[in-house]
Design a binder for this molecule. Structure first.
Ligand code: NOJ
Length: 513
């Protein structure tokens, strides 16, 4: 059963989902206690951001042991219990594997610094000057000096040394890690920074028109072919790549039949709220995936990007790490209206839909976190912090921590929650037919499009309208004016109230035909 082809997959960011022990940091106990929320929402799978032992230089994407759980989050036994409990209620678990780098506290890197043969597992270079002028993925330089003339490579922070994927031991280690988690019941693997693993060993500078020295080198595909063979030894396991790649053809190379099952499509996420751009992004995605026979994926938010309620409420509705819009004016009402419409759009397009925790509550980016509370290492390098989308979830009650921590008198949540979130808790939204939460619940309940082809209804781009099979249509009005609905039998869902019989702007409906 190829569940990943049309699943609704919910991203849990463990630090911020729910706190079982009251220390202000989310944990596995908290997730277990709140699994009912995910059952009620109706999701098919959970993707768990990293929960491994880590010094947390990059919120857990600096892993020091891939076969255990960080004590802040719990124990391996608790993680196994969570997997079993999720399976009992029909929810699959995807875990996050970070193959490009490890923590500088990982035993391999410590041994490497001590001069052991593990040095070859990394990129150490002797050189008077910095070996290259590469700019890292968070901005800043990519080499750190360990003594007079020796440097090591890190595409992210210095606490995340890059692994040398030319080395067979590195390959063997990750194959063993995959088996470790598949043996424990993981249904899928999300592959972090999936296109960065290989580097040009000649270490050339980045030059326009020349192959990039560390993005998307061909050798990476051989690794994913071997991972696919391992996944195929088990039943129903999926490999899902985090592949940021503007070139659609290079992107779909990762989805060849003997490679990854799926990859995150960030094209629509970066796209402006604009009828022409959105339609062409959707068409490009559908065509390129159909071509290779892989399922498209739809992502509006995750733990790295500005929450889409905020994005869609700004004058510039695009997203890119190179275009910092922090602090520009936001119309949250407009952003929420569009976010509701976007949910109906993405939940009815062919393929799998990803929901980032809190998007089902209509949370926005917290842009009021005091600078001295920022924890994200990206802030120092790019002047943009991802903390605003990582704020602990509001569950119940009128004041922080809004039920985030399950004990009396808990520590403050690790990041502050806005006062306005008292209207965004799971408790207040439950049963309110106009809430974002009930919209998501209804849409996921109604969503049943397996095998139903998409056909565009409207040539006019300003109306994004399509059918799935013969009995269902989604219509999103991106024009300035209200428009009549196509002929239908039943109005199943509307993202905002209709204007008489007309569909107002920035509103989507689901229709039974
Ligand atoms: C992508 C992850 O989503 C992000 O959070 C992390 O900082 C980088 N990869 C480095 O692992």
């Amino acid at each position: 059963m190829q569940w990943w082809r049309d699943a609704v997959i919910y991203q849990v960011y463990p630090r911020s989902f729910a706190d079982g022990n009251g220390d202000g940091v989310g944990d596995v106990a908290g997730i277990r206690a709140r699994l009912g929320h995910l059952r009620d929402l109706g999701v098919d799978a959970i993707w768990m951001s990293p929960w491994y032992p880590s010094p947390m230089a990059d919120a857990g994407y600096d892993v020091s042991d891939f076969r255990d759980i960080d004590p802040a989050f719990g124990t391996l036994a608790e993680a196994e219990a969570l997997i079993a409990e999720a399976h009992e209620i029909g929810i699959r678990i995807i875990i996050d594997v970070v193959p490009n780098h490890v923590s500088s506290e990982h035993p391999w890197f410590r041994a490497a610094l001590a001069g052991g043969p593990e040095r070859d597992y990394f990129w150490f270079r002797k050189s008077q000057n910095m070996p290259t002028n590469w700019v890292g993925e968070f901005g800043g330089t990519t080499w750190t000096k360990v003594d007079d003339d020796t440097w090591y490579l890190h595409l992210f922070t210095p606490e995340q040394p890059d692994l040398n994927w030319e080395h067979p031991d590195v390959r063997a280690e990750f194959e063993s890690i995959l088996r470790f988690w598949f043996d424990r019941g993981a249904d899928g693997i999300r592959i972090d920074s999936a296109a960065l693993l290989f580097k040009d060993t000649a270490l050339p500078e980045v030059t326009d028109g020349e192959p990039h020295p560390f993005h998307d080198l061909d050798a990476v595909h051989d690794v994913y072919r071997s991972w696919r063979r391992i996944a195929d030894e088990y039943a129903d396991r999926a490999l899902i790549g985090e592949v940021w790649m503007p070139d659609v053809e290079r992107f779909t190379n990762y989805l060849r039949p003997d490679e990854l099952h799926a990859a995150f499509n960030f094209d629509l996420l970066g796209c402006a709220w604009d009828p022409y751009k959105m339609r062409s992004s959707i068409e490009r995605t559908l065509e390129s995936h159909a071509h290779i026979g892989a399922p498209p994926t739809w992502v509006l938010s995750n733990h790295d990007v500005t929450r889409h309620v905020t994005r869609y409420g700004r004058a510039d509705t695009t997203f890119s790490f190179d275009n910092n819009l922090d602090g520009t004016p936001v119309d949250l009402e407009l952003g929420t209206r569009r976010a509701r419409a976007a949910a109906l759009l993405t939940l009815s397009l062919p393929g799998a839909a990803y929901i980032y925790q809190g998007e089902e509550l209509g949370l926005w980016e917290n842009e009021t976190i005091p600078e001295d509370q920022f924890q994200d290492p990206m802030y120092a390098r790019r002047g943009h912090s991802r903390d605003g989308c990582r704020v602990p979830l509001p569950w119940s009650g009128d004041e922080p921590p809004y039920g985030f921590s399950a004990v009396e008198n808990p520590a403050d949540p690790w990041l502050p929650q806005p006062a306005e979130w008292k209207d965004r808790t799971v408790q207040t939204q439950t049963g309110d037919p106009n809430s974002m939460l009930e919209l998501y619940r209804s849409a996921i309940r109604l969503r049943d499009f397996t095998g139903q082809e998409l056909t565009w209804l409207e040539e006019e781009a300003e109306l994004l309208a399509f059918t799935r099979g013969t009995g269902f249509a989604c219509v999103l009005n991106l024009s300035e004016t209200p428009v009549p609905l196509p002929e239908h039998r039943t109005l199943l869902l509307a993202s905002s109230p209709l204007d008489g019989a007309l569909l107002p702007r920035d509103t989507a409906v689901w229709l039974r035909l």
